[in-house]
Every structure is written in C-alpha cells, then in structure tokens.
Ligand binder design. Structure first.
Ligand code: NAD
Length: 476
C-alpha cells in the first residue's frame, strides 16, 4: 500500500503557523513577512580526500532577522535539503521568541553521513564548509551563530570556532561565532546536556499542573511513569537518563536506527547507550526484546512518548495507532501536521518542539553572553555569596551549641548551604527558570482563550505575537 501523501516538513510547519495565525489579528502583510524564509544559501564545495575530489552540498537558511544575530544549529545528515533547513530555521525563529532568547531564526545543514568519514576527513570537510559560510557572514558573532544539531557536537563546533579565528584574527569576540563548543574552547558548563535537561524541566513543569495532566488522562507525578524514547543521541539520551535517574520514570522502550528494545520493567539507559557506543546499534543488547522495525514500539502503551531523533516519524500512517497520552517533541517536527490533527482529536497532549527542545538554544544564549563578556558565570559573586552564608551558619552553630539536645543542625546542611553556585548550577537555574516561564506563557493562552485547545497553537500564538511586536517596534 502506498503511504498517504503528506505535506513537506516546511509545509507542515507553515500549516501549523497558519492554524495559529488565523486566530490572530495581524495587519495585512505582516503574517506573510513573519512566515516566509528570508534567504537560503546553497553551497557546493570540493574537498580532496582519498586521492580524489569529493563535492559536498551545504545550506544555511535565515528565516527571520527581526533580531540579530540569527541562531540555529548545523546538521550533518544525508537527508539534509533546502525544505528541511527552511522548516528548521522557521522553528528556530518561533522557539527563540517563545523562550525570549534575543535571536532571529536560522539553520544549516550539510548533506553527508558523518559515519562515512574518519575524524581527520570530517575536520577538513567541516572547516571548508565553515570557510564558505564565514566569508559570507553566515557565521559571525553579530550576525549568525550556529550550534550543534543532529550529527554534530562539540568537536565540530570547536573546528568552526577555530576556522573563524583564523579568518578574523583581530575579532576579540570571535569565540561567540558559534555555541556548543567544548568547555576548554570557550564553551559553557551544561550545554551538552541542555536540550535533554530542558525536556526534563518541561515535563516537570507540566506535571506541576494537575489540571494539565488530567487533560491527558494522567495523574500523580513523574515517578513511575512509563517512557518510550526514540533516538538515544545527545537529546534523547540526556532526557531519558535524567528522567530515569532523577524523576523515577521507567524507560520501557528505546528505538534506534537499527531497531528497538523493549522491557516493561524498565531498560537501563546508561547501559544501552554504552552498548550503542561499542556496537553501533541496539541489536544484540542482552536485556529487553529486540525488533528490527523499532518504529513499531512508538505504538506501545506508555505514559510519555519522546521522539528525539528526527522529523516526520509520527505521521498519517501511524498516528491513529499511537497510544501515548502525552508526546513531548524533543526532536524538531517529529509529528506531521496531519498526525497532529489525528492525535489532538484523540485527546493526546503534545508538548510542542518549539518549547520542548528549547533548552539547547537557551544555554547557547548563555554561552554567547559568556563569550561576549569574557568571564565565566559566577566568578565574581561566588565567594561573596559563600561569605554571607558563613555568617548565617556561624550564628546557627552558636544556637546549636546553646540549645544542646533541644535542636541539632542537620549534618549536611552546613556543607550544602555554604557552597556558592558555580557555572553549572547557574546554567541549570537559568534553564529551569526559562522553561517554567515559557510554559506559563503557553498555558495562559491554552486555558485562557476559548478557541485554543492545544499547546502547539498556544506556543505559536505567544511566539508570533512576540515576533510581530519586534517588527512593529521597527516601524513595520
Ligand atoms: P544526534 O545525532 O546526537 O542523535 C540522533 C539519534 O537518533 C542518534 O542516536 C541516531 O542514531 C538516532 N536516529 C536517527 N535516525 C533514527 C531513526 N529513524 N529511528 C530511530 N533513531 C534514529 O542528534 P541530536 O542532537 O540528539 O538531535 C535529535 C533531534 O533533536 C533533532 O531533531 C534535532 O534537530 C533536535 N534538537 C537538537 C538540539 C541539540 O542541542 N542537539 C537542540 C534542539 C533540537
């Protein structure tokens, strides 16, 4: 049977945008100005490898420059194409607006399977791609700041930062040209885990509202909830690990490229991740039931489904079979517009991508600020904070000595209270605050407007409203 025809990723994003914008009262023309992608640059470049010239195709798309720099990751995958980078760039605009990161939206991609090349070859390819973008100011601390995405990480970001430095030797803010760098190359603590950590904070915030979880037919806390995760890469691994280790969730299925694993009593996320690192996939993992077509496990009974791999995996062919009452879109665009209609009809609560995976850009924002200020967060205040805490601890100690058995200070209070916040604590605190505030803004619209029945539409309304306000401030 031929699968039902679906709109492309970009058309899917536009359909969701249109659904929200129909509920707004924007001046004529502004709606289109916000929706369309400003520019997409395509580059084809050659790199001499293994004794012959190989040609690669890359893209950098700028969706909206209502704020600059524009921001968005660089993806390395064979599926990269213009439609995809434009969809992802649009989502970046809405995401940044929703979490109040002061950026426009952008995205980049290189059509390559990183597993086909060794590290040295990948460095040559990445540096050449970066060169092409830097010379056109499509990588620049003031104009366009990439970050990691699927298939890229700290290593690639370090090569890009170094390439920029070589081409701009006197730019004192050069390090801010890209985020997601390694900590010793101008990065920030907590960036690698940030997107997965944000997924955890988003779920924690959702579960703080009994009214909201009731809407999904759930109750109680995250403790004991059954979770299925697709894609145990950077985002999926961190989200699943934190939910399992810190919130008491049970990860009942893990879906990877080469198949799926299921164990109703819970899989050990760390052990599966180590297995994948060693064997290249989940096949052969000793615990859990393996199937080759892992996507079947998306349809299993569970409480929370976390698609954290790629777009379009929940679509017209499987949406009706999805049983999860809550889907949190850790990946960008995992639910197509058509599937979204079916799932909403079924009462499934979808926590939308532009909110759910905004932890990455939020901490990237902190990294960019750190690079521009040339100082680590917490460096000035930490010891001062500790000195003030010491005063209180001394007073309590005094009281403790006087009251004898009547009152005893808890043994670890002193140690915990005395410790001033370092960079990692500050980053997590800033991220948690961002995720809570953004949820509140969506929630107010979700529950406050009769014609809004889902979180995605609420998220679009909040973010489009903010982008429109920026344009109005510019006199448009
Ligand atoms: P990654 O490359 O680290 O991980 C992707 C994982 O998904 C890999 O383990 C891969 O094997 C697996 N995978 C790929 N295709 C699959 C398939 N068809 N079925 C099952 N598993 C599959 O990438 P990532 O950075 O974790 O990004 C994942 C998603 O999250 C993407 O949609 C990306 O745009 C989005 N995202 C990433 C970040 C970030 O900070 N890295 C931020 C926001 C959004």
């Amino acid at each position: 049977m031929t699968p039902p025809k679906e709109p492309s990723f970009r058309e899917s994003v536009d359909l969701m945008f249109n659904r929200a914008v129909a509920l707004m009262d924007l001046p004529p023309g502004l709606e289109e100005k916000i929706r369309v992608c400003n520019a997409t640059y395509t580059v084809r470049f050659g790199v001499r490898l293994r004794g012959q010239l190989h040609t690669f195709t890359g893209y950098r798309s700028v969706h909206s420059e209502h704020m600059e720099p524009v921001k968005g990751g660089i993806r390395f995958a064979m599926g990269v194409n213009q439609d995809e980078v434009e969809a992802l760039a649009a989502l970046m605009t809405y995401k940044c607006a929703l979490v109040e990161a002061p950026f426009g939206g952008s995205k980049g991609g290189l059509r390559i399977d990183p597993r086909d090349w060794d590290e040295h070859e990948l460095e040559l390819i990445t540096r050449r791609f970066a060169y092409e973008l830097i010379k056109r100011d499509l990588i620049n601390p003031a104009q366009n700041v990439p970050a990691p995405d699927m298939g890229t990480g700290e290593r690639e970001m370090a090569w890009i930062a170094d390439q920029y430095k070589r081409m701009n030797t006197t730019d004192i803010n050069g390090r801010a040209c890209v985020t997601g760098k390694p900590i010793h190359g101008g990065g920030i603590q907590g960036r690698t885990e940030a997107t997965g950590r944000g997924v955890q904070y988003a779920l924690q915030e959702f579960f703080r509202h009994p009214e909201d979880i009731k809407q999904a037919g759930l109750s109680g806390s995250l403790d004991g909830k059954r979770v299925i995760v697709q894609g145990l890469g950077n985002v999926g691994y961190h989200a699943a690990k934190f939910l399992q280790e810190e919130d008491g969730c049970k990860v009942t299925a893990i879906i990877e490229r080469d198949g799926g694993l299921m164990d109703e009593s819970g899989l050990d996320v760390e052990a599966v991740r180590n297995w994948i690192a060693k064997h290249g996939g989940v096949d052969g993992y000793p615990d859990g039931k393996y199937i080759r077509d892992g996507s079947k496990y998306l349809e299993n009974e569970c409480d929370i489904l976390i698609p954290a791999a790629m777009e379009g995996v929940i679509n017209l062919t499987n949406a009706a079979n999805i049983k999860a009452p809550v889907i949190i879109e850790a990946a960008n665009g995992p639910v197509t517009a058509g599937a979204d209609d079916i799932l909403r009809e079924k009462g499934c609560v979808i926590i939308p991508d532009m909110y759910a995976n905004a932890g990455g850009v939020t901490v990237s924002y902190f990294e960019w600020v750190k690079n521009l200020s040339h100082i680590r967060f917490g460096r000035l205040g930490r010891r001062q904070e500790e000195a003030r805490h010491q005063l209180i601890v001394d007073e309590l100690q005094h009281l403790d000595n006087h009251l004898g058995d009547k009152w005893v200070m808890s043994p670890d209070f002193k140690q915990k209270y005395l410790r001033g916040a370092g960079e990692l604590e500050l980053v997590r605190s800033g991220l948690d605050d961002t995720m809570r505030a953004a949820y509140q803004s969506m929630r107010e619209v979700w529950h406050g407007q009769d014609n809004v029945t889902d979180l995605r539409t609420a998220a679009y309304l909040v973010s489009i409203g903010k982008v429109a306000a920026s344009y109005r401030a510019l006199g448009l």
